[in-house]
Design a protein around this ligand. Structure first.
Ligand SMILES: N[C@@H](CCC(=O)N[C@@H](CS)C(=O)NCC(=O)O)C(=O)O
Length: 226
């Protein structure tokens, strides 16, 4: 069962072509997915309009595989009906649609650096989802659950947090003085830990991440996708 909302960014003058492209974009996703949130934040930062179509991917009746054979959200349906996935491909595409608020540097070391931050933040989320599903996925019997697997995945979560804390240091944003996709990805990963792993208390041992997260949490794009 899908529900859809039209998400309109604040009015601003836009070219007809850009308006046509974005008004016809549909984002299939769920409101709790951190990967979908990353795309929604990018849409908001870039002031792009789209229609959000809610899909519960873990439900037996999900039809997501008709759009994404991997059975995952986010999936962006473009104006011609073509599907784009995964979140990294979608946000890279969205960043090219408008010069407003460039989030990924065009070339070189800066670009690679932002994309490595994104890979790290996404990897943290992947590992935490794997640990959570190992513990809770209802299709698995108790005897099939592996605490060794959960420990392995949570080890990746802790290592990623440590690497992010060190990488951020006392910088204003992940890649220096400019807000970028790196900060969005990091904010979505930390937000997901707050949502699903409250007991982790990541702020305690990662004060630099806590500082940046607090700042990110005041941005309209973060507030509106909470
Ligand atoms: N690499 C993908 C990961 C997407 C992902 O794991 N989405 C989750 C929701 S948070 C999902 O759809 N899971 C359903 C499944 O794996 O069957 C991306 O960046 O978009």
């Amino acid at each position: 069962m899908r529900r859809s909302h039209t998400t309109r960014s604040n009015a601003r003058p836009i070219e007809y072509f850009e308006s046509f492209l974005t008004l016809h974009m549909k984002l299939i996703g769920s409101l709790t997915s951190p990967f979908v949130r990353k795309v929604r934040i990018v849409m908001a930062e870039k002031k792009l309009d789209y229609q959000l179509v809610i899909e519960e991917v873990w439900s037996e009746s999900s039809t997501i595989s008709q759009s994404n054979p991997l059975g995952q959200v986010p999936c962006l349906i473009m104006e011609g009906g073509e599907a784009l996935f995964d979140s990294r491909v979608i946000v890279e595409y969205l960043d090219t649609l408008s010069p407003v608020g460039k989030l990924i540097p065009s070339t070189g070391r800066e670009r690679a650096e932002v994309k490595t931050w994104e890979a790290l933040a996404d990897g943290l989320i992947d590992a935490s989802i794997l640990a959570r599903q190992e513990k809770r996925w209802p299709m698995r019997k108790e005897s099939e659950r592996s605490s060794a697997w959960i420990d392995r995945q949570m080890g990746k979560v802790h290592n990623s947090l440590k690497a992010m804390e060190k990488g951020l240091g006392d910088k204003v944003y992940c890649s220096g003085i400019h807000f970028s996709l790196a900060d969005i990805a990091l904010g979505c990963a930390l937000g997901y830990l707050d949502l699903r792993f409250e007991e982790l208390d990541w702020r305690e041992s990662h004060p630099e991440l806590a500082r940046l997260y607090e700042k990110l949490s005041t941005r309209t794009s973060f507030v509106e996708t909470r």
